[in-house]
Write a protein that binds this ligand. Structure first.
Ligand SMILES: Cc1cc2nc3c(=O)[nH]c(=O)nc-3n(C[C@H](O)[C@H](O)[C@H](O)COP(=O)(O)OP(=O)(O)OC[C@H]3O[C@@H](n4cnc5c(N)ncnc54)[C@H](O)[C@@H]3O)c2cc1C
Length: 497
């Protein structure tokens, strides 16, 4: 007999732990289990170990709403986030619900049994295990944990130095006094360059095209002052509210007045780098928020460039050579270590296959319902966060919605909830909508779809999502419910003669 859970969560990163904590708070009677492929809690913040690894969202809005982030560092480093997720799991007792080392490979819904059967591979032993769940929550993040994205670089096999992808950072990599080239222009590249520059001989950031980079304060001075008079919990709530609003305004302004916001962002770079700035390396070809912006704390990247220990080159790679990289312009970049910060490979539900009554349901053919559930998939939620704001803001709303849905069903004796769509609702657009980042473009064939209008449209808007997920009625005519089956009648006990 396989173990049966009321709610089974796949993944013990920020989203899985957040969902389990919400269930512990709001649905305490539920038997909850978590399957995690790795041997530790934390997901992204356990996997990535490169120097300087940190969030590029402020922790007041990236942290859980229900558990204050009590440090004053605005962009936290990886180990601190890992610790925060671990502490949260322990505080709510959800760490005891995790079964580690299990990679979920498939989930099968049976309409007859009204539950999911989840198949998981115990990777250390090669053994297959199976679990049953009335409700399934995918909290597997959005990328392939086995490997990052690596484009084909001509001549890569000729290079005599070390070539490293940030997703597989070797423990104790010694880069002291070495010439390092970091290929990429995203959040990982702009984090690595200032982190490695002090010890390396020189770090060159090699990009094909520039990104928007802006400096944010490393410490929250206002919260530091407020903490002298007010309880930490209040200060956290205020900082969180303030930062959510600032980010929202910045996003709206960027969509409404792209040229003005572009001008403001570029002026910020000029201010940081002074008159000597070669703005070709910092002037993107697209408008702000067509791709994610890169935040750097206290301008650390610009400081590294000013110090002469780091530089930026914008060009294309012709070939790797024995001793570095030759660019299309003819320039040679000598390197002892090349880091390919070329991004992630998008993957949904950790690569697990979904079937309903033995029929395969590829997620890329389905629309998301309220960006939480999936069209025609009964009792299933997929927790994804924002890409234009801190991930956790949306992940938090999604898990609270799951709790509301379960409470609604329990109160009315309902067993199954399935979002049903009219065919005309489908729009051939992925859930990431307007975002044109490389990993989103590459993955458009694998991502779930969104519809023309609500509840099939993905809002990417915290206030509107809050209204839709936490305040609007659960029963909206789109979710189809099935009642719980009556328990089989007990056989009558014959009366004694
Ligand atoms: C380097 C880096 C920095 C980032 N910085 C930010 C940031 O500053 N702000 C922001 O908003 N977002 C950021 N992100 C996005 C980030 O992934 C999310 O913010 C957040 O950490 C996602 O949490 P999650 O729990 O949803 O997914 P993850 O952190 O990816 O965790 C998923 C978990 O599911 C497990 N899992 C996956 N597949 C399976 C399977 N088949 N079976 C069992 N378990 C499985 C994984 O092992 C993992 O533990 C960053 C991403 C990266 C890669």
């Amino acid at each position: 007999m396989s173990e049966h859970f009321d709610v089974l969560i796949i993944g013990a990163g920020l989203s899985g732990i957040g969902t389990a904590c919400h269930l512990a708070r709001e649905c305490p009677g539920k038997r909850v289990g978590i399957l995690e492929r790795r041997q530790a809690i934390g997901g992204t913040w356990d996997l990535f170990r490169y120097p300087g690894i940190r969030s590029d969202s402020d922790m007041f809005s990236f942290g859980f709403k229900f558990r204050p982030w009590n440090e004053l560092k605005v962009l936290a480093d990886g180990p601190a986030i890992r610790q925060y997720v671990n502490d949260t799991a322990r505080e709510y007792g959800v760490d005891r619900k995790i079964q580690f080392g299990l990679r979920t490979t498939a989930a099968d819904w049976s309409s007859e049994q009204r539950c999911w059967t989840v198949t998981a591979l115990h990777e250390a032993s090669g053994e297959t295990r199976s679990f049953r769940a009335s409700f399934l929550v995918g909290a597997t993040g959005y990328y392939n944990y086995d490997r990052g994205y690596l484009p084909h670089f001509p001549g890569v096999e000729r290079f005599q130095g070390q070539c490293i992808h940030p997703q597989q950072w070797p423990e104790n990599l010694d880069y002291r006094g070495k010439r390092v080239v970091v290929i990429g222009s995203g959040a990982t590249a702009v984090t690595l360059v200032p982190a490695m520059a002090p010890e390396a001989a020189h770090v060159t950031m090699l990009q094909r095209s520039p990104s928007y980079i802006f400096s944010v304060p490393g410490y929250d001075k206002l919260s530091a002052v407020l903490r002298r008079f007010l309880p930490e919990k209040w200060v956290y709530a205020m900082a969180r509210r303030r930062n959510i609003l600032i980010q929202r305004w910045l996003y709206i302004a960027a969509r409404r007045w792209p040229e003005r916001v572009r001008g403001w962002l570029l002026a910020g770079v000029r201010k940081q780098l002074g008159d000597a700035a070669d703005m070709r390396h910092f002037t993107p070809h697209y408008m702000p928020w067509d791709e994610r912006l890169c935040a750097v704390p206290d301008g650390d990247l610009f400081r590294a460039i000013r110090s002469g220990k780091a530089s930026v080159v914008t060009d294309e790679i012709e070939t790797f050579t024995e001793s570095g990289i030759r660019l299309k312009s003819g320039q040679e970049l000598p390197a002892d270590i090349i880091i390919t910060a070329t991004g992630l490979q998008v993957q949904t539900l950790g690569g697990a296959e979904l079937r309903v009554d033995q029929q395969a349901r590829p997620i890329s053919s389905l629309m998301t319902y309220k960006a939480v559930m999936m069209q025609d998939l009964p009792n299933l939620a997929w927790i994804i966060g924002y890409t234009n704001a801190p991930w956790t803001l949306k992940a938090d709303l999604a898990s609270r919605y799951v709790c509301r849905l379960l409470q609604h069903m329990d109160a009315r004796g309902l067993a199954v909830a399935t979002p049903r769509a009219a065919e005309s609702a489908l729009e051939n657009e992925t859930i990431f909508g307007a975002l044109r980042s490389g990993y989103v473009r590459r993955a458009s064939g694998a991502l779930p779809r969104q519809g023309r209008e609500l509840p099939w449209r993905v809002l990417h808007h915290y206030e509107r999502d809050t209204e839709m997920l936490l305040r609007q009625p659960i029963d909206d005519g789109v979710l189809e419910f099935l009642p719980a089956r009556a328990a089989p009648a007990k056989a009558a006990v014959p009366l004694a003669a």
